[in-house]
Design a protein around this ligand. Structure first.
Ligand code: ATP
Length: 272
């Protein structure tokens, strides 16, 4: 039902809308290695969509296709109802897709606030020359960007560390700052690459709550890669399962949990 309906309401009352990202027959090769083999799936507006699978399955490669870091040799990426031509990551970011990374990618020597502000750089319409000529416009933009950053700082409850250099923060808070930097771009689609990796139980609970709040209160559509199956099954509306570059499952957490191929390849075996 869910795959064809235009929109539906989840058990917890959220509305999942039309398809905003549609991946059709994606194949990605690195030399002789086929990292993604003819995979199709979609992501709907308002949804939390997980991509899971064993190490080396092709999950990060898939996220990199979505974010424009890799252009697939075959297949089509449709975004908001239009076929997306090959794009650079900054162009994809401008089109409304933000991401976090598996290994935290922040400026350690800069404060939390300044790191978060870098998430707005892509949207600065006043270029360097324009900034010099129309000082007023650049100043207005700077003020608006600061206000946006402060709103996200409040939302993620990191006011107390806004002036702290990121390098001094514990791991869980760094991950939250990275989330803040992605959110300040006000993305329509947020990509999270292993948001819980390396976290303790308490940090995972916090991060899960923030992800749900971002989705519910800011209305952000989220695609995430995660190895913690408890987290994945709790958070996600639908789950894609990859194995050796192929898609071996796709559906609700219950459907995926009951899929024998998925159990054999991933859920039934020990993994991190
Ligand atoms: N830049 C690259 N150059 C060559 N091969 C690559 C590159 N990136 C990924 N691969 C290969 O593509 C396959 C898929 O890798 P990918 O990192 O997408 O898997 P993954 O599911 O994200 O794994 P993990 O859970 O370990 O992060 C692997 O065989 C990997 O070695």
């Amino acid at each position: 039902m869910k795959d064809t309906a235009e929109s539906y309401v989840t058990e917890d009352g959220r509305t999942i809308g039309e398809v905003i990202l549609d991946l059709r027959g994606i194949t990605l090769r690195f030399g002789g290695v086929e990292a993604i083999k003819n995979i199709s799936f979609d992501i709907r507006k308002g949804e939390i969509r997980a991509i899971i699978g064993p190490n080396g399955a092709g999950k990060s490669s898939m996220l990199n296709v979505i974010s424009g870091f890799y252009n697939p040799q075959e297949g089509e990426v449709w975004f908001r109802g239009e076929r997306r031509p090959p794009m650079k990551p900054y162009q994809v970011a401008r089109a409304g897709v933000a991401r976090t990374f598996q290994n935290i990618a922040l400026f350690e020597g800069m404060t939390v606030l300044d790191n978060i502000m870098t998430g707005r750089l892509n949207d600065m319409s006043a270029g360097l020359l324009a900034q010099a000529i129309w000082k007023g416009k650049a100043e207005r933009e700077e003020i608006e960007n600061r206000e946006r950053a402060e709103r996200i700082i409040d939302f993620l409850e990191i006011q107390h560390i806004r002036k702290t250099p990121v390098g001094r923060l514990p791991y869980g808070l760094k991950k939250r700052v990275e989330l803040a930097r992605a959110l300040v771009a006000e993305p329509d689609l947020l990509l999270l690459d292993e948001p819980m990796a390396g976290m303790n139980v308490e940090e995972k609970e916090d991060m899960s709550r923030y992800i749900l709040d971002v989705n519910d209160e800011l209305g952000t559509t989220i695609a995430l890669i995660e190895h913690d199956m408890g987290v994945v099954m709790d958070l996600s509306d639908r789950v894609v399962v990859m194995d050796y570059g192929r898609k071996i499952g796709d559906g609700t957490p219950d459907e995926v949990r009951g899929n024998q191929e998925v159990i054999d390849a991933y859920l039934g075996v020990a993994h991190d």
